[in-house]
Design a protein around this ligand. Structure first.
Ligand code: CUA
Length: 326
């Protein structure tokens, strides 16, 4: 039955990089099984109820209403139905409790990454015992395949909800409170996630990507991200750096290795290595970076990035610099 349902879901397009029905981790698998269990149990109950109702309607038409005898047997039927309902609900409650208990399955492990919900982007802080190795990035989470990665969930402003359906269930990010979640990817891949709690105007543009990669690739990525930004090589990019530092950009963003150390917006040290900008809004190309700087409020109305007046020449240089921050 599960195979048949999975085939229907696959053909209907419900399998993919953002689907709770295409599990790639133990917590997601527990939840996927729970979904199939609920569909199966509720389907059986539906068929039974419809069957009994049809039988009762046909029977009533052919037999006259009875006396005390009928009332007694009806009492037994009602009592049986109450007991069956109670048993089914208790069973489903226990099953869903068991499945959701697996969301934070690596409780013994210390948190590896702090996930902070911001209006409307994701801030990721990769922790390390050595503070010099701790770094921040945004909207793109890299994790090693086959390992439990424990996340600490926090929020800066309002309640958000972290949801990467292929890997795990939802968990809220609540201001003033710390929640935890375990991510575990069984297979390499790029999984899309989405804020799952309405958090304001751009709630629908608060996406993230989880890149699950082989441990050696992950180690390489980690090493590259820990490093400071390389000095720009290209002439346009070098000029773009000067523009960035002379404008209000540097007051809101950090680029490690330069004087830019603002903390309001995403850390841009390696922004060029990410595949999207604006929390999944646009593909990360030089053109979309230029469009974003030129008019962030039209692309994502209400976000915290102000319009910084720049000339077309400066825009060209800034976008070259952003793309070089690999
Ligand atoms: Cu953050 Cu919805």
């Amino acid at each position: 039955m599960k195979v048949a349902l999975a085939c229907i879901l696959f053909l209907s397009g419900c399998a993919g990089p953002q689907s709770a029905l295409d599990a790639n981790g133990p917590s997601a698998l527990a939840l996927e099984n729970l979904i199939f269990l609920f569909v199966a149990v509720c389907g059986i109950v539906f068929v039974l109820v419809m069957g009994v109702m049809t039988w009762a309607l046909l029977r009533r038409a052919t037999r006259p209403p009875g006396g005390l005898q009928t009332e007694r047997s009806m009492g037994r039927v009602v009592a049986g139905a109450v007991v069956a309902t109670f048993a089914v609900i208790t069973f489903l409650t226990a099953a869903s409790f068991y499945a959701t208990a697996s969301l934070d399955r690596a409780k013994a492990n210390p948190a590896m990454i702090v996930v902070r919900g911001q209006q409307w982007w994701w801030q990721f802080t990769y922790l390390d015992a050595n503070p010099a190795k701790t770094f921040q990035t945004a909207n793109e989470l890299h994790i090693p395949v086959g390992a439990d990665v424990r996340l600490r969930l926090e929020a800066s402003d309002v309640i958000h909800s972290f949801w990467v359906p292929n890997l795990t269930g939802k968990q809220d990010l609540v201001p003033g409170r710390e929640n935890a979640l375990t991510l575990h990817a069984s297979r390499p891949g790029v999984y899309r996630g989405q804020c799952a709690e309405f958090c304001g105007l751009q709630h629908s543009h608060m996406a993230l990507l989880v890149v699950a990669e082989a441990p050696e690739d992950y180690a390489r990525w980690l090493e590259a991200q820990r490093g400071a930004a390389a000095a720009p090589v290209d002439g346009d990019a070098a000029a773009g750096k000067l523009v960035f530092m002379s404008k209000p950009c540097a007051a809101c963003h950090t680029i490690r290795g330069t004087e830019a150390s603002g903390t309001t917006g995403p850390d841009l040290t390696h922004v060029g290595s990410r595949s999207t900008i604006g929390a999944g809004l646009l593909e990360n190309t030089r053109g979309s970076v230029a469009a974003w700087i030129a008019d962030p409020q039209t692309l994502k109305p209400g976000n915290n990035m102000p319009l910084v007046p720049v000339t077309s020449e400066e825009l060209r240089q800034l976008s070259a610099y952003m793309r070089e921050l690999q």
